[in-house]
Ligand binder design. Structure first.
Ligand SMILES: Nc1ncnc2c1ncn2[C@@H]1O[C@H](COP(=O)(O)OP(=O)(O)OP(=O)(O)O)[C@@H](O)[C@H]1O
Ligand SMILES: [Mg+2]
Length: 286
């Protein structure tokens, strides 16, 4: 399922009457099956863009198309969006509300047309996919879980619907390294199975390693869009290139300054290790 964003702007009206232009004339497209990262400084409009993609807000101007259909057009079945676009917002652990984990995860399936047995099977699958023992956790109160566990329950609720597009707003912020890798590998597997993934993150390493395309926002404008490697290279060449640099890029730059220039195009630790290994092997031969 593809997404087209056409000249989209969004203005918030604050209680004081002040207007905040959160998005300005943003156009981009996301192909079906892609893994897209959204990056940019805090307040640049990432969450707003996601809310628009999920149909939770309508653009002040411009259009958003899902498979060619304008999701804000009169007559578009907005309730069907829930089955098409799954969103996990920042701090999803605060969104759990049902009395049991099972009910919470099943909530999104209310209008799916599935029968009760199918719903249970789907909830089991979702909870097991995020690493829970279904029988153990199904009757627990979500409130009695740890923060990380709550987040996994929220994730189960989103994937239970099996939407073709999954959007994650800062999914790995606050997770430990194990939880982070677990989530990212999960996202990659879902993507390889055909789900279109969109992930907002401030984590340059995760964006570099996992996404295929990047959208960069700066103060509500789209600063760049394209293949992840190209975008990182372009960002590094900007004068104030501190933003949008991975650790591996930084290390490669530092080594170059110490007269150890490595081949260009180092973006991830995997790249850096491969090049260093090659250098060391070359050194031994001399
Ligand atoms: N409900 C709201 N009412 C008024 N202004 C808002 C509202 N939500 C966001 N804004 C403003 O819109 C702009 C974009 O906010 P948004 O939440 O989309 O940024 P973000 O890129 O997701 O930031 P972060 O990285 O901190 O999550 C900000 O200037 C913010 O102050
Ligand atoms: Mg945000």
């Amino acid at each position: 399922m593809s997404i087209q964003v056409e000249k989209v702007s969004y203005t918030y009206l604050q209680p004081s009457g002040e207007k905040v232009e959160a998005l300005k004339d943003v156009s981009c497209s996301i192909a079906a099956g892609d893994f897209v990262g959204i990056m940019g400084h805090t307040g640049c409009g990432k969450t707003t863009l996601i809310q628009l993609l999920a149909g939770l807000r309508a653009p002040t101007s411009g259009r958003i198309y899902l498979n060619g259909e304008d999701i804000n057009a009169k007559g578009y079945d907005k309730s069907s969006l829930r089955q098409k676009v799954g969103v996990m917002f920042q701090n999803p652990e605060y969104q759990l509300f049902a009395t049991t984990v099972e009910k919470d995860v099943a909530f999104g399936l209310k209008y799916s047309g599935l029968g009760p047995r199918e719903v249970t099977a789907r909830v089991r699958w979702a909870l097991e996919t995020v690493g829970f023992d279904f029988e153990k956790v199904r009757n627990q109160s979500p409130l009695a879980l740890s923060g990380g566990e709550k987040r996994r329950v929220a994730l189960a609720g989103v994937i239970a619907v099996r939407p073709p597009i999954l959007i994650f707003d800062e999914p790995i912020a606050g997770l430990d390294p194990y939880g982070r890798e677990n989530f990212l590998n999960f996202a990659q597997e879902m993507n390889q199975a055909g789900t279109t993934m969109i992930m907002v993150s401030h984590n340059m390493e995760a964006l570099a390693e996992y996404t295929k395309q990047l959208l960069v926002l700066e103060q509500g404008r789209l600063l760049g869009a394209g293949p992840t490697r190209e975008i990182f290279t372009r960002l590094q060449q900007r004068k104030n290139g501190v933003f949008g640099e991975t650790e591996a890029q930084r290390i490669a730059t530092m080594l170059a300054e110490k007269d150890l220039p490595l081949s260009s195009g180092i973006l991830t630790y995997t790249d850096l290790l491969a090049v260093l290994k090659q250098e060391l092997a070359g050194g031994e031969r001399e």
